[in-house]
Design a protein around this ligand. Sequence first.
Ligand code: PMP
Length: 379
Amino acid sequence: MQIPIYLDNHASTPIDPRVMEAMMPFLTREFGNAAAVSHVYGWRADAAVEKARAQIAQLIGAQPLEIIFTSGATESNNTVLKGFLPKNNKKQIVTSTIEHSSVLDSCLSLQKKGASVGFIAPAEDGVVGISNLEKALSAQTGLVSIMAANNEIGTINDIEAMAYVVEEHGAVFHSDLTQAVGRIPVDVHKQKLGMASLSSHKIYGPKGVGALYVRRDLQEQIEPLLHGGKHEQGLRSGTLNVAGIVGFGAACVLMQAEMEIENHRLVKLRTRFLSQLQKYLSNTKVNGSLEKRLPGNLNISFQFLDGEELFLAIQPVVAVSRGSACSTKAEAMSHVLRSIGVSSCLAQATIRFGIGRFNTEVEIDHVADVLIREVKRLV
Ligand code: PMP
């Protein structure tokens, strides 16, 4: 058992050894630039990139040419939000209050420049409701950006129903799929997604690589953030991270092949973990819907204790994230927990557990034992 036990798989996942194996040639002898078309090194790099593009497209039901490689989901989200308005007449964006900061901060930056942004709050169970979305749409809405699954409380939104409403309204739907891809089935064409953001390091691939899916007919409507060699359909200039892209492609193949079996295993581990906590502790509160939730996610508040003390006590044993850094600093509180009505007092004693592919039953039991012991000591 490796201590501290890693239960922060929403922050990042370890690289799967099979992904690493696929990447190795491109970190060593296959060092060509995929855009260098005059020799075999470039051709081989380009072929590897195109294979990965097809693998990623396959996982989400896109065409390969609809996949634009980026440095990660932060860049993909920024590209969509900042690139869409300049080329569109309808200048309003609608998003939710529980999006990742790369969506929210991009929206705030656009707002400062005069754009109109509508923010919709989720229900108390952390799921964004269709009726709230319908109410927020106006004749000026050009783009709607709602995440498929939340990175803190793991709640899953019905993006297909939302995308349908948005299309009926004549606007474009973008979804941040970062936490959802490979964990819930996605078919961008069937589900009417116009654009979507993906990241490799959340699915056991390397960091610093991601993708933006842009439906073919929308590619003309995006102004790129980066100008240069006109790579990636002119939407994202810059020499491609070939090894990273190869790893990302391999990671997608594994997610697709193992989704069902892995989800089943993760739900079993999570249920085991939660039932142990609930058996011995009476002060736990799960944040967000347990049913509409990513399989490996558990976000729990521990009532009647000092979160800082609890966190310090368990930190040597388990690597997890907190719901808030400090109870006295309202601005440090998670915007997601605030959106679903969790008090700042409870947010400081809130922990996000992210169970992943490499966690075992033994690890989960050990974390549960330590947590139960420390919570009992502190209440
Ligand atoms: N969106 C969501 C929902 C995320 O969880 C993250 C990563 N925390 C991002 C976007 C940003 O992804 P990246 O690290 O690839 O920039």
